[in-house]
Design a protein around this ligand. Structure first.
Ligand code: AMP
Length: 427
């Protein structure tokens, strides 16, 4: 088979690493890829939003299956374009990708199908938004309706902070059209977890549990980021809770999407808040999480390619997933200053020494090549991912890789996975 992976971050490096191991695959392309991916796949210099360029390439190369990593091409309709041209592609079509692309779409879906989530109101009028905040009081959560690169959510601890957020989103339009409407939501406390399931639109196949770390500093301090690390399994998701998430959230979501006329195909990401063993949905994403994909894919024992194919072809009823009986931990190494401004082009040392460690993968995200050297290019630069017999052993393994790598001003959290070590199951 010939496979094309769309994307160029840590998630896509992990996908390429896993897909490359399949005996079904002869040729693997990645657009645009990155220097780490280039060791596994042929990188094609096409951007993820260049839908027509990607389609032309896939047709010319007779690609058997395209796997889409990030959300933006999904919301732009890459799946619709490829399917119309007769090509198999893994991911939701444009209508179904609204589950991530529009917060009011996903909140209305949950309300319609009785899926547990925070109470909310979807509002497109500024004065009405302010009045609703005054009525509800703080803490309260303000969300730009559309995609805002993970930055469109403000968890406001005071009414003033909430109103400031609404001013910035609706009046100053800091997220452009994505902020023409806001969703104002009840604040939920508890412990967050990520839950993923493959689906062909009818059948679902859940993945192992995982948890990411969104804040930039140790102890969950500082601003939100794309994710500073992740681990799997997540002990907060007990076996009983796993079943409850499948029955009360994942199944009704997939059935609801089909009933509403836009069946969802691909991988569904459910961000959860768990309190007293009760899961509620924080958000949906239409793709693998980054960095959760890195530990999950390292733990996956089954060949991923038949799973991706079965989803794309609507034939997921016969598949199972086997997992390695190990834990995995991914520590993100970021550019100093991220998620704010940071310097780029700084040479990275120690990559080969880290790569020599067993049961460890250094997944590239924001790296580039300058004068034959690997340098930092983005905010999140590497996802150093280790396997171990327990979360504690996997933490040790991942940080043994981190210790080999450095560059000027590198930043990473030192407490990734620690939450899993001495917690009480059930949230
Ligand atoms: P989202 O983009 O919807 O995942 O939101 C980003 C982050 O904001 C989440 O991972 C949570 O940490 C936080 N958040 C979002 N919605 C809520 C809520 N209703 N209550 C508490 N925290 C929330």
């Amino acid at each position: 088979m010939k496979i094309l992976v769309v994307g160029g971050g840590g998630r896509e490096h992990a996908l390429c690493w896993k897909i490359r191991q399949s005996p079904l695959v002869n040729t693997l392309y990645c657009a645009p890829g990155n220097p780490g991916i280039a060791q596994l796949a042929q990188c094609v210099q096409l951007g993820v939003e260049d839908i027509e360029g990607l389609l032309k390439f896939a047709l010319a190369e007779k690609i058997d299956l395209t796997v889409v990593g990030p959300e933006v091409p999904l919301t732009l309709g890459i799946v619709d374009r490829f399917q119309a041209a007769g090509l198999d592609i893994f991911g939701p079509n444009r209508a179904a990708a609204q589950i991530e692309g529009s917060k009011s779409f996903s909140k209305d879906l949950m309300a319609r199908h009785g899926i547990p989530t925070a109470a909310y109101r979807s509002i497109s009028n500024h004065a009405e938004a302010v009045a609703y905040i005054r009525e509800q009081g703080a803490p309260i959560v303000i969300k730009a309706d559309g995609l805002a690169a993970g930055k469109g959510v403000v968890v406001a601890m005071s009414e003033e902070q909430a109103i400031k957020a609404v001013d910035e989103i609706m009046c100053d339009q800091i997220f452009g059209q994505a902020g023409a409407r806001v969703v104002i939501e009840e604040f939920m406390d508890g412990e967050e977890a990520s839950f993923f399931a493959f689906t062909d639109g009818k059948n679902i196949l859940p993945l192992a549990s995982s948890q990411d770390h969104k804040r930039v500093f140790d102890g969950d301090e500082g601003p939100n980021t794309g994710g500073m690390g992740a681990y799997s399994p997540a002990p907060v998701v007990t076996a009983a809770l796993h079943d409850e998430i499948v029955e009360t959230i994942v199944k009704p979501t997939i059935a609801g999407m089909a009933r509403d006329g836009h069946p969802y195909v691909g991988i569904l990401y459910v961000g959860l808040m768990i309190k007293n063993n009760q899961p509620r949905v924080v958000e949906y994403n239409a793709r693998f999480g980054d960095p959760e994909a890195q530990p999950l894919l390292m733990r996956m024992k089954s060949d991923i390619v038949p799973l991706l194919q079965a989803c794309a072809k609507g034939q997921l009823d016969q598949n199972r997933i086997e997992w390695h009986d190990k834990a995995a931990v991914c520590v993100v190494m970021a550019s100093g200053g991220y998620p704010g401004d940071f310097a780029t082009g700084l040479p990275i040392n120690g990559l080969e020494q880290a790569a020599a460690i067993d049961d460890l993968m250094v997944f590239h995200a924001g790296t580039g090549t300058e004068n034959g050297r690997i340098v930092n290019k983005g905010g999140r630069v590497l996802g150093v991912t280790g396997l171990g017999d327990s979360v504690a052993a996997a933490i040790e393994k991942a940080y043994s890789g981190v210790a080999k790598i450095d560059w000027k001003d590198v930043h990473y959290r030192e407490d990734i996975g620690r939450k899993a070590l001495n917690r009480r199951p059930g949230g």
